[in-house]
Design a protein around this ligand. Structure first.
Ligand code: 8YV
Length: 318
């Protein structure tokens, strides 16, 4: 009897640990899924997944013994947390351990796009240097940085830009009294007062297209957009249009609306830095994320509790 179910692909170490320690089964594809759910699926207590797959309402309802969903990754918008709460199923993610790497990536993309590091690399490789100097770019130190979403990752980003003497402001669902940074009451207000707008909020329906045409217009022709959060937070069509028309100065994007699809128009723009959702992608951080996910499975199986429940669970527990 298997009490742990793997839903979707997971990294190699985590897959092996789930199998070796709990004889975890992998949820079969559509053809065999019904038979699985009517048979071994009835005993499953813990589902381990990642944001790439998640556990839907339908699957939560189809697993009658399900008690916990352990998500590998900080983002968990593909798991139906409302359905989980309704069924008394607890959900965990892997926060904190990736904040440094994601914040490093936000800083790296900002320096790259403002100073033209990738563009300069292309310039040298093309042999253009022999024909004249690289154009002057924009200063990063001292810039006004607006952070959309001042959670753990947003705060780690702020720390890095503080070291560069930047002025930091932020917008979040609410103002944080413990924050030394100026609060903007809307994304438009944040963008209007920033040279660099960094998107660091969680994905999901509540933040869909938080950065829309109006926010991009408020950022203006000298402003830059950096997104290390989720493609869903930005109206990508509006972003492409505004970039093509020079409505903002440039963008550094690690995430896209339909990954791995990247709008082809962006490939032609020298003032846009594109990266393949690599923000947490270091050997150290991915190993730490796997460890946190596995520690949650073990804690649930031995003590009936999760170590890093998602915030909604804490709120539901009141
Ligand atoms: C992915 C991420 O999880 O944690 C998140 O929310 O976006 C990333 O770290 C990573 O691609 C692993 O699947």
């Amino acid at each position: 009897m298997s009490l742990v179910l793997q839903v979707g692909a997971l990294p190699q170490w985590l897959t092996g640990a789930l199998r070796d320690e709990y004889r975890a089964l992998v949820l079969p594809d559509d053809g065999e899924r019904d038979a699985f759910l009517a048979g071994p699926g009835r005993d499953v207590r813990v589902a381990a997944t990642s944001v790439a797959t998640g556990v839907s309402r339908e699957l939560i309802l189809a697993l009658p013994s399900l008690e916990a969903v352990v998500n590998y990754g900080a983002g968990y918008e593909t798991t139906d947390v409302h359905a989980a709460i309704e069924r008394g199923v607890v959900v965990s993610n892997t926060p904190d351990v990736l904040s440094d790497c994601v914040a490093d990536t936000a800083l790296g993309l900002t320096i790259d796009v403002l100073r033209g590091l990738s563009a300069g690399d292309r310039f040298v490789r093309r042999g253009d240097w022999a024909d004249g100097a690289f154009p002057l770019m924009r200063k990063v130190s001292g810039a006004r940085v607006g952070i959309l979403g001042l959670g753990r990752i947003g705060r780690a980003i702020a720390t890095r830009f503080q070291a560069l003497g930047c002025t930091i402001s932020y917008h979040d669902r609410r103002e944080f009294e413990d924050s030394p940074f100026a609060y903007a009451s809307s994304p438009v207000e944040l963008a209007a007062g920033a040279d660099v707008l960094i998107v660091a909020a969680a994905g999901g329906p509540a933040t869909h297209h938080l950065v829309d045409q109006a926010v991009l217009e408020a950022l203006g022709t000298t402003g830059y957009l950096i997104n290390i959060a989720r493609g869903s937070l930005v109206d990508e069509e509006a972003l492409v249009k505004v970039l093509m028309e020079g409505g903002i100065a440039g963008a550094g994007l690690d995430v896209f609306a339909h990954e791995p699809h990247v709008p082809p128009e962006l490939l032609t723009l020298d003032n846009v830095v594109l990266s393949p959702h690599l923000a947490s992608g270091t050997v150290e951080t991915r190993a730490a994320m796997e460890e946190v996910a596995m520690a949650n499975v073990r804690a649930y199986m031995t003590e009936g509790r999760l170590l890093t429940p998602v915030p909604e669970m804490q709120r539901a527990a009141g």
